[in-house]
Design a protein around this ligand. Sequence first.
Ligand SMILES: C[S@@+](CC[C@H](N)C(=O)[O-])C[C@H]1O[C@@H](n2cnc3c(N)ncnc32)[C@H](O)[C@@H]1O
Length: 249
Amino acid sequence: MSHPDDRAQFQAESKAFAIRMGADRALFEKSTDLIVEADKYKYSYLWTWLGVPIIQMPADIVALQEAVWRSKPDIVVETGIARGGSVVFFASLLELLGNGKVIGVDIDIRAANRDTIETHPMAKRIRLIEGSSVAPETLEKVRSEIPAGSRVMVVLDSDHSRDHVLAELRAYAPLVTPGQYLVVADTILGFLNREQTPTARSKVWYKGDEPLAALEAFMTECNDFELDEEMNGKLIMGSSPSGYLRRRG
Ligand SMILES: C[S@@+](CC[C@H](N)C(=O)[O-])C[C@H]1O[C@@H](n2cnc3c(N)ncnc32)[C@H](O)[C@@H]1O
């Protein structure tokens, strides 16, 4: 039986549904309520990637995979690596693509986590840099790991206070090359009211002092990025709705 080639139509319909879904505030609020309920069980801490804890929800992981596949970066810079699952995740995608490396930056790379990362089969595609993501010496080390002409994607997932994320955006956005993604993680915090905000954390970030507030401030001062409507539209049950920016050009 022969079928017409409907790939382009399927893709166009999926995009249209994603954008329409993004406008469905009632659905988004239900999703937010579910995330808040599930956070009582530390939902975003329950997952692993290739055996390593990754502090993301499944929707975030799929969205990041789509971003990497679409833009095929040579370098992924991630601030905030925690137990290593996200750097192993990016490294595994780059391994499949047969090219590239991940530069993981964290203010505190604990010995056990470093051991997990450095002994992982994906370690060859990972460089670790310890230090505050916005310290000049850290930025210098990050830049020195990026070969000239590389396609660079950046994911910001470290200290989620507004001022820190805004400082990161100012420091790391210039590294992102045209067509590549700049992902601001945990923008969900900007959609939660005070009662919904997770407090069982080492730090608590209320609406206004969180990544979405930083992203909004950044967008008023920089016109080089556009929000990826499709990606953001379908990010229910994820921690970074509205967090996907793509460099123009
Ligand atoms: C949410 S966790 C990162 C989760 C990780 N991306 C993942 O998906 O598994 C945040 C991390 O940011 C790090 N961090 C906090 N402040 C930082 C800073 N100023 N610079 C760099 N890293 C920082 C913490 O040590 C922690 O490991």
